[in-house]
Design a protein around this ligand. Sequence first.
Ligand code: PLP
Length: 446
Amino acid sequence: MSIYLEKEIAEYKTINQKSSDLHNSAKQFMPGGDSRNSIYWDPFPIYLSDGQGSIITDVDGNKRVDFINNMTTLILGHRPKAVEESLMNQIKKGFSFPTPSPPVVRWAELMCERVPSIEKIRFVNSGTEATLNAIRAARAYTGKQKLAKFEGAYHGNHDAIQISVTPPLDLAGPASSPNSVRAFKGISNKAENDIVIMPFNDIEASSKIIEKNAGDLAAVIVEPVNGQCGMIPAKKAFLEGLRSLTKKHKIILIFDEVISFRVAYGGAQEYYKIKPDLTSFGKIIGGGMPVGAFGGREDIMSLWNPSGSGPTVQHAGTFNGNPMTAVAGIATLESLTEDIYENLNKKGEYLRKTLSILFKEIEAPMTISGIASLFALQFTTEEVFDYRTYAKNNNTLMKTMFIGLLNEGYLLSNRCAGNISASHSYEEIDGFIEAIKNVLHRSGYG
Ligand SMILES: Cc1ncc(COP(=O)(O)O)c(C=O)c1O
């Protein structure tokens, strides 16, 4: 641990005493004190008591500007009026029904209207279930077993896809034909064998892998913006190459838009002008309630149709399409006009541009990646375009920045990724840039 990180942690402990106490209690009942490893950090996470607009307040009374918005979910900020009102109205009618209710029909209609590739859609309760079902659909439709994914991509917490998410470099194999590496013990060997791993943003190497495995491949799954490696946008030619190869070999192309649906009114597929066969969704489409969805080509989605002779693929879920999530989703989607996207994306561009200039000016060993309202601080001066280049990040400086920003009053993800919500003002963005400058200054830069 560097002296700079030690100092930031000492300050952090001083101002977050109640969070520390709560964490000690939490650890007695939940392993590590929570039910979600991805938001844990040492020495303990802050425990939040409320959020309003762009501001979150923790149990110690510290107010911070939230630049992670529940991992990109809260695109309108915390408790936007339209969403809160729709939830309050629904509470009076009932929050969980044993048959469909009107809101889910409107919600599905909104998604189909917004995204031209979505001819039919089904709702679930997490992005994990969304990718699980999209992959299952591809296997059922093609009769093939294998799946291709990209190194360094996270698509949820199920066996088929928890492979080569953050593989240790000594196990990862050659950059142009990476090994498939289980993310952790407990993932089935079959999942590890049923997958091929490709390098993100490298169409030449990926083409060779697809061509070689085409006869066995049910699907290629790709995030148009790789969230795990710091919101790295795919190159357009790379996605176009994947589209034409998958078409040629009758492989289902799945876009995982759980995060990238933030990029444009119709998601990243609108921005890139590419039509996948299936898409998985999550996060913003549920307005802050638990959510996931998958949809796409009618001929594939009809596998789920239970009427007549019954479905080819079974699909149950006690809370699928529940009315609370549906009304929050409707209120969010109806608020998300083209203008809102334009504003969000302008703020994102402003942040990235200003920070790039700053890093050069003070010779900080950093860059910033991202697209639209998504961004991530990268602690390397080399361009980050895939997992191997992302792995060059200086993790100590990253952690110092993360804790330092918490001390300054700003929350990012613990890997220093962030996003802008409609609640953020330019003043808050300027304050955030100043805070980054302060942490760098305390760490010996500028
Ligand atoms: C691209 C992507 N796909 C799938 C998921 C899984 O979503 P959930 O956490 O709702 O299961 C995530 C979660 O962060 C994600 O970023």
